[in-house]
Design a protein around this ligand. Structure first.
Ligand code: NOJ
Length: 569
């Protein structure tokens, strides 16, 4: 046994090494240069993704328990047009169809999530394992592998078992750490012989802020200034615990990797010659991605979060910071628990300094002392928050490289939406978005960022949380009016296929031909979709008109028979 003082010195040395691994990001350099022709490293993995609640449907089928999203969406007024994920894309019943879409695109990986209440209806491993739920994921994984598509599996894409919310207040409660670990352990046990890539949490920022601070997402709690920090604290601990479980119990046998998927918008200083704007932009990024990444890579929350939230809490007259504190032991347990970093990225903001006086109304947002701005010239074809700013992606990737010692990165989400009314499958704005964002990712690789995979978000149009079905992110259009939920390729399917088959952007001449080819294929999809109301009407004829006619004929024949019989008598 090492003496306590030596242990402490070692601990300090490790800390110093970690801190010295952080390089400074140069905020004064913004390179929004021209298009770069080139290809990705051999073996780069191209994929697409989705998540359980957003695509599976089958919300109460085969023994599945309720999730917080089932409960939330069933309450009136929570989701746009009161839509729910009850049926969504019916992905639960369409595994084969969806895999052939992936195969056709030549995808190397597919990212999906496991619904916790589908395999543990009460959320608790010792109570009830739903074998039918297990079988569904078994089949999905097996079919993907048969088709040489690598499964990248997320354990938590927001659908906590509802019963755990009712009993414990979900992520507000520390007991979630062990319960989640049990669930993850079951997944490693049942699927880990075939799954090599695990993502513990998807976008914990949203879970914490939208679930427990603004209440726009399930479970809809509005615990301003405290709820999000508490939820995040438990999520970080749960992530670390699951990583250690894998590390000690499964890694030797299964040889897989465990990471997390963090989402992060880029924050660009409004004025790069103004130090206060630079600091505000850095705060924006630290409060977003840094909130989760810094503990996992360096052992604790970003200093700037500790300073700002601590100071504001004191000014409010609170005895302790609203940002929870990790003990020294927890810090060393949490540090280094990321085999790869998943990044979900969609957009960028300009940031400037803005003071919010501390008071009772403090929230996560006012704690940051900044204002977010957008350039009105940035394209915004779909979701209100989603402006296309490709260069922000390269900056974020370079920031991650510098801050966290050049970790292995999997881009786990990137894409753009369109509004509900849009039924034009010739989505040239999406082709442009993919082309430019993927090109910035290529430039980042040239800068030395260690990126191994890219996941287009998403394979299908799907339930877009509080926006219901009004925002479509899919490469494939899904006709939600039709109960069979048919899928139609948008032009971007063909475009993405071209990027995949060239493994990048070989030369200008080739690129020019891609768009024309994509537009050609989408016109025929447009015609098919236009004919769809007719086809669904034909469906109605067989389901309603034919049985009604049959019943009527039987009735009429019976009356006629009775009439004949009476006449005979
Ligand atoms: C991030 C979420 O993880 C995903 O589920 C969602 O579809 C996208 N953001 C787009 O809003």
């Amino acid at each position: 046994m090492l003496p306590q003082s030596m242990l402490r010195t070692c601990h300090l040395l490790v800390l110093m090494l970690c801190v010295s691994a952080i390089e400074d990001f140069d905020w004064t350099k913004n390179d929004h240069g021209s298009f770069y022709y080139g290809v990705f490293p051999t073996g780069f993995s191209w994929g697409a993704g989705g998540s359980a609640y957003q695509t599976e449907g089958a919300w109460n089928v085969d023994g599945k328990g309720m999730s917080i999203w089932d409960a939330f969406a069933h309450k009136k007024g929570k989701i746009f047009l009161n839509d729910t994920g009850d049926f969504s894309c019916e992905g639960y019943h369409k595994v084969k169809d969806d895999i052939s879409l992936m195969k056709d695109m030549n995808l190397k990986h597919y990212r999906f999530s496991i619904s916790w209440p589908r395999i543990l209806p009460t959320g608790i491993k010792n109570e009830n394992i739903n074998e039918k739920g297990i079988k569904y994921y078994d089949d999905l994984i097996n079919k993907l592998l048969e088709n040489k598509i690598t499964p990248i599996v997320t354990l938590y894409h927001w659908d906590l078992p509802q019963i755990l919310e009712e009993k414990y207040r979900g992520w507000q409660n520390a007991s979630m750490v062990n319960l989640f670990n049990d669930f993850a352990n079951l997944c490693f046990e049942r699927f880990g012989n075939r799954v090599r890539h695990w993502i513990t949490f998807n976008n914990p920022w949203s879970i914490a802020v939208e679930g427990y601070e603004t209440g726009e997402h399930a479970p809809g709690l509005k615990l301003r200034g405290v709820g999000a920090y508490k939820a995040a604290h438990h999520i970080i601990k749960a992530h670390a615990k699951v990583w250690h479980t894998y590390d000690t119990q499964w890694r030797n046998k299964q040889k897989g990797l465990v990471g997390i998927s963090l989402s992060g918008d880029w924050g660009e200083p409004v004025d790069i010659s103004n130090q206060r704007d630079i600091e505000a932009a850095e705060r924006y990024v630290q409060f977003y991605m840094g909130w989760f990444a810094t503990p996992l890579f360096n052992g604790d929350y970003p200093q700037v979060m500790k300073d700002y939230i601590g100071r504001k809490s004191a000014q409010q007259g609170l005895g302790a910071s609203r940002l929870p504190v990790f003990t020294a032991q927890e810090k060393s347990y949490i540090r280094g628990t990321c085999d790869f970093l998943g990044i979900g990225h969609f957009t960028t903001r300009y940031i400037t300094q803005k003071n919010y006086p501390s008071g009772r109304g403090n929230s996560y947002f006012t704690d940051r002392d900044l204002a977010e701005l957008v350039d009105p010239r940035w394209p915004d074809p779909g979701s209100e928050w989603l402006y296309s700013v490709p260069w922000g992606f390269r900056s974020l990737l370079n920031f991650v490289k510098k801050q966290y010692g050049n970790p292995m990165i999997y881009v786990t989400e990137n894409g753009v939406s369109e509004k509900m009314r849009c039924t034009d499958l010739c989505d040239d704005w999406r082709m442009q978005y993919f082309k430019d964002y993927i090109n910035e990712m290529l430039k980042a690789i040239k800068d030395g960022v260690n990126i191994k995979a890219y996941t287009a978000w998403s394979l299908l149009d799907k339930f877009e949380w509080d926006e219901g079905y009004s925002e479509r992110f899919g490469l494939y259009y899904v006709d939600f009016r039709d109960k069979n939920k048919p899928r139609y390729p948008k032009a971007s399917v063909q475009y993405y296929k071209s990027i995949i088959s060239s493994n990048g952007f070989p030369n200008q001449r080739e690129l020019e031909s891609w768009k024309g080819k994509a537009i050609e294929t989408c016109s025929s999809s447009n015609q098919l979709l236009a004919a769809d109301p007719l086809i669904s009407h034909m469906g109605m004829v067989t389901e309603i008109v034919v049985p009604t006619m049959c019943t009527l004929s039987i009735l009429l024949s019976a009356v006629f028979l009775m009439f004949l019989l009476r006449r005979r008598l």
